[in-house]
Each structure stands twice: as C-alpha cells, then as structure tokens.
Write a protein that binds this ligand. Structure first.
Ligand code: AMP
Length: 394
C-alpha cells in the first residue's frame, strides 16, 4: 500500500510518499513558489535529490508534475500504485475530532472555517481540489491539527470572556500541532507498553506547543483560539496581556492587523533578542555573553517550564516529559536548562545521554521522578497512517 502525505501552503506543496508495509518514506519533496515567478521543485528519493525550476501556475500543475516525475524516476510504475492521499488540515473547528475521508461536505466545511485559519485552510483546500482533479478515483483523507485536542473539557477550552463569544462566534481554545502530539502519545504507548499514562508532550520548533495527555487523550494544550497563544516561539509572542495591542496601535499608528503581524512574525525569540528566531543562532550568541539574547533565551525556557509545571499539577503528576520538533529534538542546552529548572519536581537528566539527537532516547537518570525522552515527531507518517486506516475501514 502506498500513501501520499500532503501539506499544502498558499504557494507550496510538500509531499511524502510512504510504503505503508514498512512505514518507510520512498520519496519526498517540495514544490515552491507556485503561481509566482521562479517556481521549482525538489524530489528526494533513493538517497538522490532532483531539483528543477519549472513553471507552476497552479497547485494542479504541481500535482501533475509530481505524479509524472514519480513515474519518470521509476519511484512508482503507474498511478494505480497510489492507494490514498492524506492532507494536513490546520483547522477542523469543533466538528472534526478525528481524521475523515474527503467528500463535498468536508470541503465546504473547510472553506467555511477559513475565518479561523485564513492563511492555512484555503491553501489546504487548494491541495485537495488539485488531487481531486488529477486523481479523481483515489480516496483522500483529511487530518486536522485541531482534532486531537477535541477531548479537552469546557474548563480547558473556554476562555473567561462573555459566553456569547463562544456560543455565537466560536471563541474557544482549539489547540494545534495535534497530529504531532498524537504521534508522540502513540510512540510513548509503544515505549511504555500501556495506554494509562500521564504525559507532557513538548513540541518545540519554530512554532511550539505543549500538551497535557492523560490516557492517550489531550486534556489541555498551550496554543489557543489561534497558534499565537501559549509558550514563546521563534517569532510568535505566545501569551501576552491583550491590552498591549491597542496601546501599541496608538503608539505606532498601526492597525490591529499590523500589530498582530508583529506578534506573529516579529516577536518571540526574534523580537526579544533583536537578533534571530533560530535557536542555533541564539545559543551561539549566548556563548558570547550577549545579555539581551541571554534574557530572550531565559524567557523562552521559563515559558516552557511554567507550562510543564502547570500541566504536572493538572495531570496530578507525570510519567514522562517528551521533547520533540526542531529545538526539542536537537537543542542539547535548551533541554538541559528546562530540566534543570524542573529539578524541584525531581526531574534529573543524564548529561551524556542528553547529547543524543535524531532518535528516540530516554535521557533521564534512573532515579529521576519523571522519565524524560527525546522522540522525533513524524506528522507526515501520522497523516499516512490515519489515511490508510480510513481507507481500509471504508
Ligand atoms: P521546526 O519548526 O520543528 O522545523 O524547528 C525549527 C527550529 O528548530 C529552528 O528554527 C531552530 O531554532 C531549531 N533547531 C533545528 N536544529 C537545531 C539544533 N541543532 N540546535 C538548536 N536548535 C535547532
């Protein structure tokens, strides 16, 4: 069985083709600058990398080229080999608590939810329509970033604001990165050999969120109505006092959209450090003793620790803390600092084991009160798995 996992952006299309027998990627790649001058694609397969500039006016063009190339490069013999296509969807509102097969209702729902994810949902629909046109008989599924968090209860997902905002406008916490947190929960189920565990999953990349998981279910998460909430990120502020927004609007003569743009794109590590959003840059600048950058890094770690502590209390203890995504999987000093600040909870890591990277690894010592793991996330595989399950159970 072969499944393609797709992540469509407004001008890009990322794919991974899986052989589901061994859950192995047989080809992956990216189509970029779709509809913009200078469009190109990259396909990686068999340890090789093919890169080419090519005119791509629409996402349908990209899908056509992708399928042609998969055959030309002998990655597949014919399109018949593709059993299903899974699409990553950012927002499924509170209707979709699981992945589903695509039909016309699903597409129109996704279009309706565009006001909740204006940058992402319309782009995701472009990807679905493109595959529908080019592979009309191949079943497709949608896998939502929000779905895993639909198990949160009202106390977790309601904001302390007028109830009407929730009832009439859908103002509530939705949470994101659900596909990654679900992957981590499944990985920990395999490691621990049971489902009844309390887990704090820390997805710390350029975007970041933490999820409290009990018995395989999300019971709270840091992102909220939008991905701007929660921990401090590469360029996003995370939680702030909302009164700052009108204050800065007046000071800088900006409208609300412009200030929100500042909070999404010019805040977080980048905003505080005035240097970089990339943790590698931040860590090397800290080694030079730059005070402003050190404070930014400290704040970043503090926000993570604040939420881990909060979720430790919410869960009534924790069996494991998992670090995943770009920073979580790779940054030795950030993992160390977070764990050092959690020492009062009895967290202890082995500094040698903490040097590990890119593989699933337990880094806590035997006498640590909470196990600490690095688990590389794989959202693409999760999408392919859900797609395959839905197709099998049709
Ligand atoms: P992601 O969004 O999950 O792809 O994560 C991207 C972020 O991971 C980058 O912006 C970097 O800050 C961080 N990152 C990647 N590799 C490393 C590394 N070796 N050390 C520290 N941070 C890293």
């Amino acid at each position: 069985m072969k499944i393609i996992s797709i992540n469509t952006g407004s001008s890009s299309l990322k794919f991974s083709l899986f052989d589901m027998k061994e859950e192995k990627v047989i080809a992956s790649g990216l189509f970029e600058r779709i509809g913009i001058e200078g469009s190109s694609y990259t396909i990686k397969f068999n340890g090789e990398k093919l890169q080419q500039e090519i005119e791509l006016n629409t996402h349908t063009d990209a899908v056509k080229v992708l399928l042609e190339k998969l055959i030309d490069l002998e990655i597949i013999k014919s399109l018949e080999e593709i059993d299903g296509v899974g699409h990553r969807i950012v927002h499924g509102k509170d209707k979709y608590s699981e992945s589903v097969l695509v039909n016309d209702t699903v597409i129109s729902d996704l279009e309706e939810y565009k006001e909740f994810a204006p940058l992402h949902n319309p782009a995701n629909v472009l990807g679905i329509r493109a595959f529908k046109e080019v592979l009309p008989n191949v079943p497709m599924a949608v896998v939502f970033d929000t779905a895993f968090h639909q198990t949160m209860d009202e106390e977790a997902y309601l904001y302390p604001v007028p109830y009407k905002w929730y009832k009439e406008y859908g103002v509530r916490k939705y949470g994101f990165h659900g596909t990654s947190h679900k992957y981590i929960a499944n990985a920990m189920k395999d490691i621990l050999g049971r489902e009844d565990f309390k887990l704090i999953s820390c997805h710390i990349g350029n975007g970041g969120s933490i999820c409290a998981i009990k018995d395989m279910k999300s019971i709270d998460t840091t992102m909220g109505f939008t991905p701007l909430a929660g921990i401090m990120m590469g360029t996003r502020s995370g939680d702030i006092d909302p009164s700052i927004i009108p204050y800065v609007m007046e000071k800088e003569g900006k409208n609300v959209g412009e200030v929100l743009d500042d909070l999404n794109k010019s805040s977080g590590l980048l905003g505080m450090s005035e240097f970089s959003s990339d943790m590698r840059d931040i860590v090397s600048k800290c080694d030079e003793g730059d005070e402003q950058v050190l404070t930014a890094r400290g704040k970043y770690v503090r926000r993570i620790v604040d939420y881990i502590a909060q979720y430790y209390v919410l869960l009534g203890g924790a069996d494991a803390i998992v670090f995943t995504a770009g920073v979580g999987e790779n940054s030795v000093p950030i993992r160390r600092e977070v764990c050092e600040r959690l020492a009062c909870l009895g967290v202890k890591i082995d500094l040698d084991l903490n040097n590990g990277r890119g593989e699933t690894l337990k880094i806590s010592t035997d006498d640590s009160k909470i196990d600490v793991y690095i688990v590389p996330t794989d959202e693409e595989l999760m999408i392919a798995r859900d797609t395959l399950n839905l197709i099998k159970n049709r």
